[in-house]
Design a protein around this ligand. Structure first.
Ligand SMILES: [Zn+2]
Length: 228
């Protein structure tokens, strides 16, 4: 079984309206103060599990949960066929985002990271262009291919003030900026003029929303009258 790491109540306003990922009583089981899922055994509601397909090994199955997060992004931010998508951060989430964007119909995918081998890996996996940013962000208004980029959709999987500002800068007028990474700081220094001047749509993400579950289990959970 693959397991969704948040236990949700099943009866709050958001669980009942099909948005259990923003449940007001959600308990995330894979970080402090709960480390439940780092134990050898854990008890979880059946609705928080999804059967691993026959023939899929456990290593590949580890991708199910992060992939569900990205599928949730795709639900909230439709990627138009032929669009340009820029992904900041070429870790597992960023690379998966690039791969899903391709399947969704993006025709040009650009990915950036401060670690060179991650950029190279993303290029091997199908990104059209890679940008190596050794200082973690481009910063300022200098020259460079990333400066001239104008993406329809920018997804930031790095979530630093610098990367967010860079992302806002390279999003085209009227485009969409998605923050999928979780910032390490509580407060960020964001230049909102970059977003407002181009009337960008800003989208944040919280985990996934039934995107790893078959519709039948989604429906049964949404209708459940009892807390788990
Ligand atoms: Zn709930």
């Amino acid at each position: 079984m693959a397991i969704e790491p948040a236990i949700t109540c099943g009866y709050c306003e958001f669980c009942r309206s099909g948005r259990h990922n923003i449940c007001v009583r959600s308990r995330f089981m894979a970080t402090r103060p709960r480390w439940t899922f780092f134990a050898k055994y854990a008890v979880v509601p059946a609705a928080s599990t999804v059967r691993i397909p026959d023939g899929m090994d456990y290593v590949k199955a580890t991708v199910i949960e992060p992939l569900a997060v990205i599928m949730h992004v795709i639900e909230l931010v439709r990627i138009p066929v032929g669009s340009t998508v820029a992904v900041i951060g070429a870790g597992p989430i960023g690379v998966l985002t690039a791969a899903v964007a391709r399947v969704a119909g993006a025709s040009r995918i650009i990915i950036a990271d401060k670690v060179r081998h991650r950029v190279e890996k993303a290029l091997k996996l199908g990104a059209d262009a890679g940008v190596y940013l050794p200082d973690g962000a481009a910063g300022g208004e200098g020259e460079g291919p990333h400066r001239r980029t104008r993406a329809d959709i920018v997804v930031d999987a790095a979530a630093k003030s610098e990367t967010i500002n860079d992302g806002l800068r390279i999003t085209r007028i009227g485009g969409r900026f998605v923050l999928i990474g979780l910032p390490s700081e509580r407060e960020l220094k964001i230049d909102m003029h970059l977003a407002m001047g181009k009337e960008l749509s800003l989208q944040t993400i919280k985990r996934s929303n039934h995107t790893a579950h078959p519709p039948s289990s989604c429906w049964s959970r949404a209708r459940s009258p009892k807390p788990w």
